[in-house]
Design a protein around this ligand. Structure first.
Ligand SMILES: *[C@@H]1O[C@H](CO)[C@@H](O)[C@H](O)[C@H]1NC(C)=O
Ligand SMILES: *[C@@H]1O[C@H](CO)[C@@H](O)[C@H](O)[C@H]1NC(C)=O
Ligand SMILES: *[C@H]1O[C@@H](CO)[C@H](O)[C@@H](O)[C@@H]1NC(C)=O
Length: 589
């Protein structure tokens, strides 16, 4: 909490008052979908509503539904974060832009909602959007408004701060000339949303809007349309989209430059054209509900983006192979990095959410940069999260024989950060890779889960485990034999099938391949464990998986942490360090 200024503390007081007012009004909450609250509460095991299952250091408001991150930005010493929020309940609806501010991306103070329905072009909804920093330092927010009842007819609006001297940007004004962009020229108005941060090149602004291109034969093609403007007022569409692919609707596009391979520094979205700069295009696939990206080049004369890997459009790369959607990056000028925000939904039922009174969190913000291979991004939790680390335990040089596990004792691990380095003496015993599953990590993990004995691996962590290990969430690696001339294939997997005795949960195995060379024997894993969140980073951020799990036994003091080896070869835990994590200021929650 050290970094908070006096302003923040003053605001905290205001927030506390707001909170109390909200609580006092809670009995008047009406849920739109007429769920029977008492029946819902009776039907779920008590663990679901146990406050000990509420995350401690992941971003969340005190209550209610949240979804997409919106318009993250840095202004006059403050990080601003907006998000889709239902002020009236724990299910989607009544969406406004909630607003929080922070000095460090970890301690958050809630302000009044920034953008709410108030003008004809947003009166039926204020949906997602992004911020752009204008050359004079003013932030502008572009967002999707719903302008008629019944059908979600989508237009794009702009809003500006009322008082630029206010570092907290508390009030936003919507100019009378809204909307600034409407669907025309054959665009389907119900699939036209989520404007990106605008970038400027050659005297012109550009931004993207997610949509579908006219389907020519096959299924609908996801598309990112480019709009250009000289004055930030009048916007005209470029006929051909920046890019499109046969995936269905693209929501929440994000498009940004990254430094040449391996350099961790971020670039401003309006970076002047430089030969070695690469671009990342990310889309949230409405049909699959995951975020996919490609790395490529941007030709700003032709206004086209081309992925380096022609197969990239087949949805090869994800930021995160777990629950992570509608993400958005921003350039942080204070630390010259690009930071990624993403929404993680719940894995319980809607009735559970209503009983709990809240649904949805944001992943820990991650720094993103291009991997030295140039083929994918690396991601790592922003360094500020390390300030929450408290009591720690370190283990070194412990060999796990086949079938062995090792408990990490001496600290509570329901809310913890673990970094572990594994060493495999040889990969000679790795199991063969079924060619039918060689491109489908998720199915591979489903078939070869944490309890299926392998050659090299599965090895990794059991987190949020009960003392008898009936409940445990496995985060692990599994090594497959190399194809002729290739390197061994490493799978990273999150297996929650035993995460809870509660049967009514969504427990998918999540998995991704890890682009690393394990023949040198080493691989690392970091897991941010937060009561009902397991957010893991394999091989220094090559592959990331966020899972939401709801233990019924492994709650609070009863949550344990183990390293395990279920392979036929020895695995060494060369070093494991675990920290208890403190709770930051979290919007008064
Ligand atoms: C604008 O914000 C500054 C800084 O918070 C404040 O001192 C000033 O009174 C505000 N002006 C108006 C017109 O609200
Ligand atoms: C527009 O999109 C909606 C889905 O949001 C779809 O139901 C409808 O058929 C589409 N209209 C046309 C003309 O393609
Ligand atoms: C998160 O919840 C699960 C389980 O209900 C759904 O299957 C996912 O589609 C959902 N994800 C998103 C992004 O909505």
């Amino acid at each position: 909490m050290g970094g908070l200024g006096r302003d923040a503390w003053a605001w905290l007081g205001v927030v506390a008052v707001m909170l109390l007012a909200q609580l006092a009004g809670a009995s008047h909450v009406v849920y739109e979908n007429h769920l029977d609250l008492e029946a819902a509460a009776a039907a779920v095991p008590p663990s679901i509503v146990d406050p000990q299952l509420r995350p401690g250091y992941h971003f969340q408001p005190p209550k209610n539904w949240i979804n997409d991150p919106n318009a993250p930005l840095y202004y006059k010493g403050w990080y601003h974060f907006f998000y889709q929020y239902n002020p009236r309940g724990a299910v989607w609806g009544n969406i406004v832009w909630a607003h929080s501010v922070s000095r460090d991306l970890i301690n958050w103070v809630a302000l009044e909602p920034a953008i709410e329905p108030s003008i004809p072009s947003d009166q039926y909804g204020c949906w997602s959007g992004s911020a752009t920093m204008l050359p004079d330092g003013t932030p502008a927010i572009m967002y999707t408004g719903i302008d008629r009842p019944g059908v979600s007819y989508q237009v794009q609006n702009v809003a500006y701060p009322r008082n630029r001297s206010d570092p907290l940007l508390r009030e936003w004004v919507k100019p009378g000339y809204n909307p600034i962009i409407v669907p025309e020229g054959g665009i389907n108005a119900t699939q036209f949303r989520d404007p990106t941060t605008a970038w400027r090149a050659g005297g012109r602004w550009r931004l993207l809007v997610g949509s579908v291109a006219a389907a020519g034969g096959g299924g609908a093609r996801g598309a990112a349309f480019v709009y250009r403007s000289r004055d930030f007022l009048r916007w005209a569409r470029v006929r051909r989209p920046l890019h499109s692919a046969p995936t269905g609707m693209w929501e929440c596009p994000d498009f940004y430059p990254v430094e040449a391979a391996g350099r961790r520094e971020g670039l401003d979205t309006s970076v002047p054209g430089r030969p070695r700069v690469k671009y990342v295009l990310k889309n949230s696939l409405d049909l699959r509900r995951y975020d996919y990206y490609t790395v490529g080049t941007y030709d700003r004369r032709a206004e086209r983006y081309v992925p380096d890997d022609p197969a990239g459009d087949e949805c090869r790369l994800r930021y995160d192979y777990g629950n992570f959607y509608a993400s958005k990056t921003f350039y942080d000028p204070a630390r010259r990095r690009r930071v990624l925000w993403g929404w993680a939904n719940e894995s319980d039922t809607t009735a559970d959410d209503v009983a709990k009174g809240w649904a949805g969190i944001q992943a820990i913000p991650r720094t993103v940069w291009l991997d030295p291979s140039g083929k994918q991004l690396l991601q790592w939790p922003v360094e500020e999260v390390d300030a929450l680390r408290g009591k720690s335990v370190t283990l070194k040089g412990r060999v796990l024989k086949p079938g062995q596990h090792l408990e990490v004792t001496g600290l509570q691990t329901a809310q913890a950060d673990v970094e572990v380095s594994f060493e495999v003496p040889t990969v000679a015993g790795a199991e063969p890779l079924d060619p039918a599953l060689a491109h489908d990590a998720e199915r591979l993990c489903g078939a070869r889960g944490a309890d299926v004995v392998g050659g090299v691996g599965p090895f990794g962590l059991w987190v949020l485990a009960s003392a008898d290990r009936r409940e445990r969430t496995a985060v692990f690696f599994r090594v497959f034999r190399a194809a002729a001339g290739g390197k061994p294939v490493v799978l990273m997997c999150s297996d929650p099938t035993k995460s809870s005795l509660n049967p009514n949960l969504y427990k998918p195995t999540f998995a991704g391949f890890v682009d690393t060379d394990i023949s040198n024997g080493r691989i690392s894993l970091r897991s941010l464990i937060d009561r009902s969140v397991v957010e893991s980073f394999g091989a220094g951020g090559e592959t990331c998986i966020l899972s939401r799990v709801y233990p019924s036994l492994a709650i609070g003091k009863n949550a344990r942490l183990y390293a395990f080896n279920n392979g036929k070869a020895d695995v060494k835990v060369s070093r494991l360090k675990a920290w208890e994590m403190r709770k930051p200021l979290m919007n008064g929650a």
